[in-house]
Write a protein that binds this ligand. Structure first.
Ligand SMILES: [Zn+2]
Length: 441
């Protein structure tokens, strides 16, 4: 019944006056008999073994045709030697302000979402041309989500000089010209997304992966010599709490309360990012230094450890937040009636089982110390793959605890499977002409 509902629902969204049956009747033949099932479920997959794999996204749904574009699709490899040096810059406002937020499992990645009515944290792009003009728009902070792979050596979506990282965080901002992200995300200047590479902390030899990541090791060594930011260890009590939380089912509630306190504890996050404020923005650019200073993102680690457990299971309704990912409250072509948006989309959006994050979130949870970045015009890396994103990808990574990484690995996908071989990342895209990448260093 539910499947039938969605079938009709999708047909009515995308075709307008044409009914669902007409839509299916006019579908191009693709992928054989499994195509009908794909449309019916309206889910995409990263699994190369299925008909819903990334190179088929374009044909799973009429609204997703852009996924087959070769104009400015993301992610790409960022080649430092080929990137053009510019004086591109960012201005982030209220960079370390914590704002109310919730978290949910989209079935493709766990999200930390800013509460809808909060528009305090904004981003301005400086000396960056979007759509043939200098960008002067303001972008509003919307969410943070994280992509990863099954193996640590390949989990990021972008690669930098051919190197992948275990995870990649995306901080999504939408243009304030538009009412909300649903409206913005299909526009040329609709979105700005900050990408941050994430390493896994190597702690006391607990890294049992068979891949070596030489640059990472160098970075860790560098941090270790400085005697800071390498572990939680300078705050032993927090480590104890982590262990206790992981310990088992007993007294789960009280343990979670402890964790909640530790994530929100003011001395945890108030100072963590203080040196990365607007004034020190350019001073902290390690221009010419070459090597990255890798920040151990303690608050992000804490949030991942605590909240990914709570949203581990995927629930069907979770994927309805204004069409953020997935087509359910989305339309292409004719706009559905206001009634439809209010009564169907918003009602559905209100049903999903979001979990409130006690201390909220801020970009400072994710941003690296080092201000070097690449920027290029690209696309969403999930359907509908709109070519509406100005990407800002930081050169230098942050790192999170191994427990945080493991918690992320356990988050289930749309079919309630744990992370599989393919991970939760779109493969590199090869556009017809190389996308023009700039760098600020
Ligand atoms: Zn993303």
């Amino acid at each position: 019944m539910a499947a039938l509902y969605w079938l009709v629902f999708l047909g009515s969204l995308c075709i307008g006056t044409v009914d669902g049956a007409g839509y299916l009747g006019r579908m191009p033949h693709h992928g054989g008999s499994c195509y009908y099932e794909d449309i019916k479920n309206a889910h995409f997959s990263y699994d190369e073994e299925t008909c819903r794999r990334p190179d088929k996204w374009c044909c799973l749904h009429k609204c997703w045709a852009t996924c087959g574009s070769t104009r400015r699709q993301s992610p790409i490899n960022l080649d430092t030697s080929e990137a053009r040096r510019t004086n591109a810059n960012l201005k982030l406002y209220n960079i370390d302000k914590r704002v109310p937020a919730t978290t949910h499992n989209s079935g493709h990645a766990p999200h930390f979402d800013v509460a809808e009515d909060n528009k305090d944290i904004t981003l301005k792009l400086k000396n960056i041309i979007i759509n043939k003009r200098w960008s002067k728009d303001t972008y509003i902070f919307h969410d943070i989500h994280i992509h990863l792979g099954k193996k640590e050596n390949k989990g990021s979506e972008h690669s930098i000089d051919g190197k992948f990282y275990p995870m990649e965080a995306h901080m999504v901002f939408y243009n304030s010209k538009y009412e909300d992200i649903s409206e913005a995300k299909s526009k040329d200047n609709g979105l700005a997304v900050i990408g941050v590479m994430i390493q896994v902390n190597k702690k006391h030899g607990d890294d049992n992966d068979d891949e070596d990541d030489d640059d990472d090791d160098d970075d860790d060594d560098d941090d270790a010599k400085k005697g800071n930011e390498n572990e939680y260890d300078d705050e032993d009590e927090k480590d104890d709490e982590h262990d206790e939380y992981e310990g088992g089912e007993d007294n789960e509630r009280s343990k979670r309360e402890i964790r909640a306190k530790s994530c929100c504890r003011s001395n945890y996050w108030n100072y963590e990012y203080r040196e990365h404020d607007e004034e020190s923005f350019s001073k902290k650019c390690y221009e010419g230094r070459g090597k990255c200073k890798v920040r151990f993102a303690k608050t992000l680690s804490c949030l991942m450890e605590k909240y990914y457990e709570k949203i581990k299971e995927y629930h069907e309704q979770d994927n309805t937040t204004n069409g953020n990912h997935g087509p359910r409250c989305e339309y292409c072509g004719k706009k559905p009636s206001d009634y439809f948006i209010k009564e169907v989309c918003q009602k559905k959006a209100g049903n999903h089982s979001n979990t409130v994050i006690e201390c909220g979130i801020t970009p400072a949870d994710v941003l690296p110390y080092d201000q070097r970045f690449y920027t290029y015009p690209g696309s969403l890396t999930t359907p509908p793959c709109y070519e509406s994103v100005q990407w800002i990808v930081y050169k230098c990574p942050i790192k999170v605890s191994r427990k945080a990484f493991k918690a992320l690995q356990r988050v289930e996908d749309t079919e309630n499977n744990p992370l599989k071989e393919h991970g939760v990342r779109r493969p590199l895209q090869f556009n017809r002409y190389k996308v023009s990448v700039s760098k600020n260093f």
